[in-house]
Design a protein around this ligand. Structure first.
Ligand code: FAD
Ligand code: SF4
Length: 558
């Protein structure tokens, strides 16, 4: 417990400013308030409640985030040359739109990448995973829908039936066989948390749970942080972070006297309401993409010039592919269940999960098209046209019905495929040829494989089994880029500034009292959904933080 007589120094507006309120940001805010710090959380996205969440993703102005186009939702799609990145943007970060799946990766991830050897990870991490799982209310899914049963049968058909598992999820579920929709007093934090209602298995998790059943961060970590005094500033984008001990010659300081954080209103069109706040320490928790973008701009404009040159390198896409099978006119409602209800391994490296959207939320169907084989590359368009023509000739009605969006969620088994194989790209700030007026993040490096051949084969097998059409994302084929909801890295942990951006305790090289706590520090492909690992790594980083009254404010990487 913090010392109740301790008086914080009023010279700074806050002790810590946390930039971003996602998994890393919410864990940070909660643990810092618990240790007696005055904390502010700056969040670019809006605050969402069951009352303002959309009932369907056709209400794109309440689903997609593009504030300049008056789209003020919580889900962002950002295309790059090498990959299309899907991510969340809200109070609670990606947790508002994510699919609740919280898995511990295999131990071998700690032997790969630039974090290998920085700590005794295999001994340290289990305790932090356990804390994160307790806070996020992780339990085995007991709401299985028709899509999960199809996945199980398909795994059995290829001899991998024993790998089928129910996902571990952050959802408040009733006991198996009991009806959902029942409200209970706080089931997780001994009465300190909010009351909750059991899941009804509507499949709506990725367009926001309107039934108070999904354990989003605003119901656990962030809820408790706010209850203990953290101030959350929604719709507030951080645009600059400047050390307060800049030198008279104009050169930037190292942050040992704190930082000035400058913000604008993220949803404003004309008056952006610029504001300035001071703090003694700063935590970048704006997600892999958000933190890279911000740090690049701060380095570029001279606010934080000492950030490592490794910024933006080793960005990992989790070797992912989104495919599926559509069964036009399906008698079973494949949207029933929770967003990701189960998973299988089709080989040692390839992990597949059964995913769904709620009935009627068919907007993702606009991006779906019949699956195509061939090789990654521009030539794949020809294979696609050939597959499309063959489909239309052989099964004209089924193929045409598979291509129109209406009914997509009810009729589709979406397969999220991930591989724990290493591979990465890099990101840099640059001026695109088609819009050279503003610098923007751009991807570089070798092309990322657009599809996973074993996963495509599996989709064909499932389609044959259930009389459906195998599907993939049209962006994979037309632009030859894969999509990922699990972008990681860019500020990788490492033993030194020459090979990474933060040390093994999330401290930013080159600065004092500055930390990075989000997916950008992850230094290896995890092969499973990453949010639990981001929380556990942040729990670990926060475990090193002294109580407010004991902090000498000179923390820096060794
Ligand atoms: C559709 C979908 C489904 C997913 N399903 C799963 C799943 O089932 N399991 C899983 O583990 N992962 C899932 N993910 C991925 C997961 O959401 C992310 O890995 C996770 O949210 C990353 O956590 P983070 O702390 O790095 O950042 P985030 O949770 O992304 O939070 C960062 C926050 O920072 C804010 N921000 C960015 N820049 C600024 C700025 N300059 N100023 C102020 N605020 C800023 C953003 O608005 C955002 O809210 C899914 C993602 C998507 C898109
Ligand atoms: S399935 Fe429906 S009720 Fe259950 S967590 Fe997801 S959105 Fe909420």
């Amino acid at each position: 417990m913090p010392d109740p007589n301790f008086m914080p120094d009023p010279k700074w507006d806050f002790d810590f400013i946390v930039i971003g309120s996602g998994f890393g940001g919410s864990v940070t805010a909660h643990r810092l308030t618990e240790k007696g710090y005055r904390v502010a959380v700056m969040e670019m996205g809006r605050r969402w409640t069951p009352e303002n969440l959309p009932s369907t993703n056709w209400l794109i102005w309440r689903w997609i985030w593009r504030p300049k186009l008056a789209l003020r939702g919580f889900f962002n799609i950002e295309p790059f040359r090498h990959v299309v990145i899907l991510h969340g943007c809200a109070v609670g970060g990606g947790s508002i739109t994510y699919a609740n799946t919280l898995l511990v990766p295999k131990n071998l991830v700690w032997d790969n990448g630039s974090w290998a050897g920085l700590a005794n990870w295999k001994a340290d991490m289990p305790a932090h995973y356990e804390t994160a799982m307790r806070m996020l209310g992780v339990a085995e899914n007991c709401v299985l829908g028709p899509a999960d049963h199809i996945l199980k049968r398909a795994a059995e058909a290829i001899g991998q039936g024993e790998t089928f598992y129910r996902t571990k999820v952050g959802v408040f579920e009733a006991a198996e066989g009991e009806a959902g929709g029942v409200t209970h007093p706080d089931p997780y934090f001994g009465g300190e948390g909010p009351e909750r209602t059991t899941c009804i298995g509507c499949g709506g998790c990725m367009i926001g749970c309107r039934h108070n059943a999904k354990n989003t961060l605003d119901k656990n970590y962030l809820y408790l942080a706010e209850k203990h005094g953290a101030r959350v500033f929604p719709e507030t984008r951080v645009v600059d972070v400047v050390p307060l001990n800049g030198k008279p010659d104009g050169s930037a300081g190292d942050g040992s006297n704190g930082y000035e954080v400058r913000t604008v209103k993220s949803t404003a069109w004309i008056s952006t309401e610029p504001r300035r706040f001071t703090c003694r320490g700063v935590v970048f928790a704006a997600s892999a993409l958000g933190t890279m973008d911000l740090l690049f701009r701060l380095k570029d404009r001279g606010s934080l010039p000492a950030v490592s040159e490794c910024l933006g390198s080793r960005v990992r896409t989790n070797a992912e592919s989104l495919i599926g099978v559509r069964v036009p006119g399906s008698r079973e409602d494949l949207s029933q269940g929770i967003a990701i209800g189960s998973g299988i391994y089709i080989d040692d490296h390839t992990h597949i999960e059964a995913v769904r959207y709620p009935a009627g939320a068919d907007a993702m169907g606009l991006l779906a098209t019949p699956l195509t084989g061939g090789r990654s590359g521009k030539g794949r368009i020809l294979f696609w046209l050939k597959a499309l023509a063959a489909g239309l000739l052989r099964h004209p009605i089924r193929t045409a019905r598979a291509m129109h969006p209406f009914g997509f969620a009810r009729e589709s088994l979406i397969l999220l495929c991930m591989q724990a194989l290493d591979g990465h790209i890099s990101m840099r700030l640059g001026r695109p040829w088609f819009w050279p007026f503003r610098k923007t993040l751009m991807s570089h490096g070798h092309p990322v494989p657009t599809f996973i051949p074993q996963a495509n084969e599996f989709a064909h097998a499932v389609a044959r089994q259930i009389g459906g059409t195998p599907m993939s994302m049209v962006t994979e084929i037309l632009f030859n880029v894969p999509s990922t909801a699990h972008i990681l890295g860019g500020c990788a942990m490492s033993g030194g500034r020459a090979s990474g951006v933060v040390d093994g305790r999330n401290r930013l090289f080159g600065y004092r009292n500055a930390y990075v706590c989000d997916g950008s520090v992850v230094a290896a492909n995890l092969g499973v959904n990453p949010s639990l690992t981001i929380c556990a790594l942040t729990e670990r980083a926060m475990s090193f933080m002294p109580k407010a009254e004991d902090n000498h404010w000179d923390d820096a990487p060794v």
